[in-house]
Design a protein around this ligand. Structure first.
Ligand code: ADP
Ligand code: GLC
Length: 484
């Protein structure tokens, strides 16, 4: 099957979160199963620089305010074929792909990402003589207009050029713009309506994806349920209930080549479930690297996260003193909301040697944190899937996670019955409250006080398999139903 993934980020070229990890790994897993999966990306500077063996594939008439418009073809470092849209006026901006240096979303984002979806539809229509996708798989709102452009072609020609699947990685990011921009999208006037991409008087890219795609996926079974109710539905739960038959929850996997503590080049020592000794060396090296006291026995808690409301890190800030009072150490790698950044910076100042904070994005350091920490904190308010709890498990850092979305689907609490059944892999708390979080931290210390039990749970966590083969098969089944 010829599948084109359409996305704004792709590891290792450009990454701001888990979306990039998924787009970097899923097409590779699908190719291993015999599908011809490829990727289409906007030509941000890091993407153009990372594309290997790049050659010009097509020149296009200028659209969406681009000055020049060309399509390039090459390969990702993994070998997956990739197409990159070069539109310098729209994409040639360094740093964050969505916002300027002051964190303000670019004013032309509607045109920047309309172009991405429109080029995908051109490829389905036969832009290139040598390759034409049968199925377009869009990821998040950036690719939301893809099935709308397909529908437009179908209305004109009487047949659709390709089937479509749309994956929601996070329903909270919707790509909503003032209605006055609608004319710039080049879509038929009649698509701007309640059962189209109109959303409370504005235009919504994610709604186009949910409304017009043949099938919808999201990144865990629990989140697929949660987004059909008001609490996590972000105003779209009615539409998702209406399309429930087309919706599937497919849990993300882990790229087990990139995330392997037995061979990870970012680590100072290697280990796995059977030979865990190297983990102690990773912990000592991490404490030294970040200026934490060299205490092998101190329970080391880590956070690797976007610092946003979603991630529940206010619970970590408010619970930090109690965590430290019990003898723990805390390490935070993240960037995002200024108030959270400032809160963690002050915490580190007050507790030098016991709290270390690195503000910014640092891929190799993130690997060393999972390898060196005992516990990875993921107390999310909501979490569509979450990857850091899975990376933590693989690297022997027990997740302390809230029971929501993909966290609920991947972490099994150290309850007495799970301990007895040898299925426990982490510490799970129910309600998004300070007492529940603090109690989970106390349970982590209690478990750590029983070293043999701790090692057993850690081993169980490290033995979990979250590879991409299963999810890749599930997506192929979804594609087949979309092609119908
Ligand atoms: P989300 O996509 O909501 O941010 P995920 O858990 O799915 O959450 O994925 C986050 C990804 O981004 C993981 O690969 C995580 O290690 C990485 N990450 C987040 N913040 C940072 C950071 N500051 N430095 C390096 N990697 C980070
Ligand atoms: C989103 C979600 C996260 C998920 C990731 C990859 O960013 O917030 O939970 O793991 O996408 O699907």
């Amino acid at each position: 099957m010829r599948v084109l993934h359409i996305a704004a980020e792709c590891y290792p070229l450009l990454k701001t979160g888990g979306l990039a990890d998924v787009v970097g790994a899923l097409p590779q897993a699908q190719r291993a199963l015999g599908s011809d999966a490829r990727v289409l990306l906007p030509g941000f500077p890091a993407v153009r620089a990372g594309l290997q063996d790049a050659k010009l594939a097509a020149s296009l008439p200028v659209r969406f305010g681009s000055d020049t418009l060309t399509l390039w073809q090459g390969r990702l470092p993994s070998g997956v074929p990739a197409y990159v849209i070069d539109a310098p006026g729209l994409y040639d901006r360094t740093g964050n792909p969505y916002a300027d240096a002051d964190q303000h979303p670019y004013a032309d984002n509607h045109r920047r990402f309309a172009l991405l979806a429109w080029v995908a539809a051109q490829l389905a229509e036969g832009l290139l003589a040598d390759w034409r996708p049968q199925l377009l798989h869009g990821h998040d709102w950036h690719a939301g207009l893809t099935p709308a452009y397909l529908r437009q072609i179908a209305l004109r020609d009487g047949r659709r050029p390709a089937a479509s699947v749309f994956t929601v990685h996070n329903l909270a990011y919707q790509g909503v713009f003032p209605a006055t921009h609608y004319a710039e999208l080049g879509l038929p006037a009649e698509f701007y309506r309640l059962d189209g991409l109109e959303f409370h008087g504005q235009l919504s890219f994610i709604k186009a994806g949910l409304q017009f795609s043949d099938r919808i996926a999201t990144v865990s079974p629990s989140y697929a349920e949660e987004i059909q109710a008001a609490e996590h539905g972000c105003g779209l739960d009615g539409l998702l209930r209406y399309r429930a038959d087309a919706l599937r929850g497919i849990l993300n996997g882990v790229d087990e080549q990139v995330w392997d503590p037995a061979s990870d080049p970012a680590l100072p020592a290697h280990f796995d479930a059977e030979r865990p000794l190297g983990k102690a060396r990773c912990k000592a090296a991490l404490q030294a690297e970040l200026g934490l006291a060299a205490e092998p026995g101190a329970l080391l808690f880590g956070v690797v996260s976007r610092l946003t409301e979603q991630k529940g890190l206010n619970l970590v800030l408010a619970g930090a003193e109690a965590l430290l009072a019990q003898g723990g150490q805390l390490l935070v790698l993240g960037s995002g909301e200024p108030a959270l950044e400032e809160g963690f910076r002050q915490l580190a100042q007050r507790h030098a040697g016991r709290v270390a904070v690195r503000l910014g994005f640092d891929e190799p350091l993130s690997h060393r944190i999972f390898a060196g920490c005992d516990v990875v904190l993921v107390p999310s308010r909501f979490e569509p899937c979450g990857l850091t709890q899975m990376y933590g498990m693989r690297y022997g850092a027990l997740p302390l996670a809230r029971r929501t979305g993909g966290l609920a689907d991947t972490v099994s609490d150290v309850s007495l019955e799970n301990l007895a059944a040898h299925t426990a892999t982490g510490l799970v708390f129910e309600r998004f409250t300070q007492p529940d979080f603090d109690a989970a931290v106390r349970r982590a210390f209690a478990l750590h006080g029983k070293p043999q039990l701790w090692r057993e749970v850690r081993r169980q966590a490290m033995q979990q398999h979250f590879g991409w083969e299963g999810p890749a098969r599930d997506y192929l089944a979804l594609y087949k139903s979309a092609l119908g």
